[in-house]
Design a protein around this ligand. Structure first.
Ligand code: ADP
Length: 260
């Protein structure tokens, strides 16, 4: 490290639903998140100020890597790596030796295969349709009167009711019709989770995921989906602490490696 190298870097993941900020000093990090807004760069800046204060910094880091949909909205970014690169890097940091990453966020789902030394070998992505994403779950949760954070609890131990529609709009109609037929809410939710697990497993099948498999993004917080996805893949899926920050952590690490 040259003498004038920055002692802190930051990673910002400007997603479709949330904005995440991580500050890193080579050994520890702090992480903060908030909902995305009409002004992603402004929201990211105030989140950065909060994170910097928590880290004990008077000024936010100058070396910043941004990723996610809104990565180009932040004007002073030094690097703008893709989400694939950042999630791969962040997941390998959170689970050393990780060989496969599944990320399901608000608006897309991805699978990333990593080499033994943590490099991205191949990936698949669904960003064309909301089915199987966090947005899909939030919409269904609204129809069912269950907040997204409580879906897993309702589905636990329930026999899934088959949901046939793949498209979010049709699935919502199907869910409403099932409610009106008197089908148990837990069984409908379990059916939605099972459909996400099936969809995700088939999306990544061509990459032949091998363990350790790490699950990142907002949807990884749903333990019922984690269990059903593990069963579909035939391998346990790991959700490390801070899995929702994997992209921002990866960005902060890439910025750190970029110093000099
Ligand atoms: P992005 O990076 O695209 O902004 P995130 O990775 O932050 O997305 O994920 C946001 C999505 O995660 C939301 O759409 C929400 O539905 C979903 N989510 C958050 N918490 C949970 C939970 N406990 N169970 C299921 N889905 C969740």
């Amino acid at each position: 490290m040259s003498h004038g190298s920055p002692r802190y870097t930051a990673g910002i993941d400007l997603g479709s639903t949330t904005i995440k900020v991580v500050i890193y000093d080579g050994s520890r990090y702090v992480a903060h998140m908030t909902f995305a807004s009409w002004n992603p760069a402004g929201t990211a800046a105030s989140l950065m100020a909060t994170a910097a204060t928590e880290f004990g910094l008077t000024d936010p880091p100058e070396l910043v890597a941004t990723t996610g949909y809104g990565r180009r909205t932040v004007k002073n970014a030094t690097l703008t790596p893709t989400e694939i690169t950042c999630h791969a890097r962040g997941a390998s940091y959170l689970v050393p030796g990780c060989r496969f990453v599944i990320d399901i966020g608000g608006q897309d789902a991805k699978g990333i295969r990593l080499s033994a030394d943590g490099h991205m070998e191949d990936f698949v992505m669904n960003d064309k349709c909301a089915a199987g994403t966090g947005r899909f779950l939030s919409t269904m949760g609204q129809a069912l009167g269950v907040h997204v954070d409580h879906l897993a609890k309702h589905a636990e131990g329930q026999e899934p009711h088959r949901i046939n529609a793949m498209c979010t709009v049709f699935a919502e109609s199907e869910v409403i019709s099932l409610i009106n037929q008197g089908v148990e809410r837990g069984a409908i939710i379990a059916g939605l989770h099972a459909s996400i697990a099936r969809r995700t497993a088939s999306m990544v099948a061509s990459l032949r995921p091998e363990p350790p498999i790490v699950f990142t993004g907002g949807v990884s917080q749903n333990v019922d989906i984690v269990q059903r996805l593990s069963a579909e893949l035939g391998h346990p899926v790991i959700v490390p602490k801070d899995a929702v920050y994997a992209g921002a952590i990866g960005a902060a690490l890439l910025a750190w490696e970029h110093r000099e």
